[in-house]
Design a protein around this ligand. Sequence first.
Ligand code: AMP
Length: 163
Amino acid sequence: MPKNLIQQTLVLLKPDAIQRGIIGPIISRFEQAGLKIVGMKMVWVDKAFSKKHYSAHVDKKFYPGLENFITSGPVISMVVEGIQSVKAVRKIVGSTEPHQASPGTIRGDFAHHSYEYTDKKGIAIKNLIHASGNIKEAKKEIELWFKAKEIHTYKTVHETHVY
Ligand code: AMP
């Protein structure tokens, strides 16, 4: 198995996903693709933690709305492992703006918020999910959200039948 192509990435189910009761269907999308969940927990983040997670966005105009949203209820954080999983997960999740996200993606199938609407209303875009943008970001975000002992090693059937 080409080990360096097996990656881990951080996925968050944001408060809208939890409150809408669609945790199951969303997680199914990753399981159906054969990706492996190696870490998972429910966390209610505070403003200080939000600033750490969204450190690249804290100075942006949309940040206050984003902070209100991400701290408005618990989130599910997951470490998802698989073949080039950083890109594979982003593809399954779809474009950041649900209005632009293709049908068949999580955001395209389960949401339809647009920036035009949320900017006028002064609220965050409700896009259900966060997924690390690249390998470097994934490493940094997994370290922020998970202790090493919270990430597990086990075998799935995919490792027998797919890898
Ligand atoms: P990203 O780091 O690109 O995944 O963006 C993190 C989050 O910031 C996104 O999931 C959105 O919730 C929010 N966001 C990014 N860009 C915008 C934008 N132009 N307007 C409003 N919210 C945004």
